[in-house]
Design a binder for this molecule. Sequence first.
Ligand code: PHE
Length: 360
Amino acid sequence: MTDLDSIQGDFERALAGAADERALEEIRIRFLGRNGLIAAEFSRMSEVPPEGRRARGADLNKLKGFIESKLKEAQSGRSGPAARSAAFDVTLPARSVSRGAAHPVLTTLNDICDIFGRAGFEIAGGPEAETDWYNFGALNVPADHPARDMHDTFYIADCGLRIADLNSRSAIRNPQYLLRTHTSPVQIHVMEKRRPPVRVIAPGRVYRRDDDVSHAPMFHQVEGLWVDRGVTMRDLRGLLEYFAKTLFGSSVHLRLRPSFFPFTEPSLEVDVSCVICGGESRQRASACRTCKSTGWLEILGAGMVHPNVFKSVKIDPSSVTGLAFGMGVERIAMLRYAISDIRLFYENDVRFVAQFGALG
Ligand code: PHE
């Protein structure tokens, strides 16, 4: 038989030293458990002389009740302000919430669409698998044009797969499908369905057999088409100047260079003054890797819609004029964010994407 005061003393000391829930549980087991100290005393009741058993039982029950209530108090005390620090370690770093971020190509694409949207352009689209007619023929691309070569274009071999009938008329003309090499075929789709005035932009994926630091086999373009009576090169210049200054900042300048595309005449390539060195490196001959010290960056191809394109969609070329342009979204995103390798866009490394800000 053990002196109950010493058990109570042991209990009180143990309780005072208990730092957390686990320690309290250990104390509970030690004193109140099935093989605990109180149970042991009850089982030794036979050692108590019969006349003292009643009193001993009452004392044991009292001690048991005391221990129970003190433990309970200690446990609920843990939700009090002082004890809470033991239950929750407020100094632990919080569990981080990972936030998504918009991919820089998507952000750039959305911004481009927004800018033209404000100028009254509607969004149009077309299939990514096209016929030779839509991708080349209707756009006045001659049969021997290098872009039509197997080395430049992904053709879809006849594998029994029936791509939804894009247009039976063109399918008969040339049954072969290919992955569109530019968004310009959307010009044809739009003008087949709608008569001028037409003012659309067409964002989408395009495919070319190309793969290096600045070319990917799949990339994004935004096409623009504005057909109406009296649309001129001045409209083209004004529109593109508005676009470039809105996207890159009002300090950029535009440069139009004569170029060639089969579907526009005249054709131009459009440069902006270097967004990194501001065109300065050309004057100072200090090295700028982005513009290779030329001071200029090519951002898009453009021109006035070729009469043969109008003829392809049965629009009388003497009744309207049109401007068209096409730009590579990745290229513009690379200039905007000073990204040197196009492949970074497609590696799906969240650390890369996270640098461009969380989704709003
Ligand atoms: N389709 C051309 C290209 O991919 C760009 C372009 C579009 C040029 C419209 C002129 C007019 O390079």
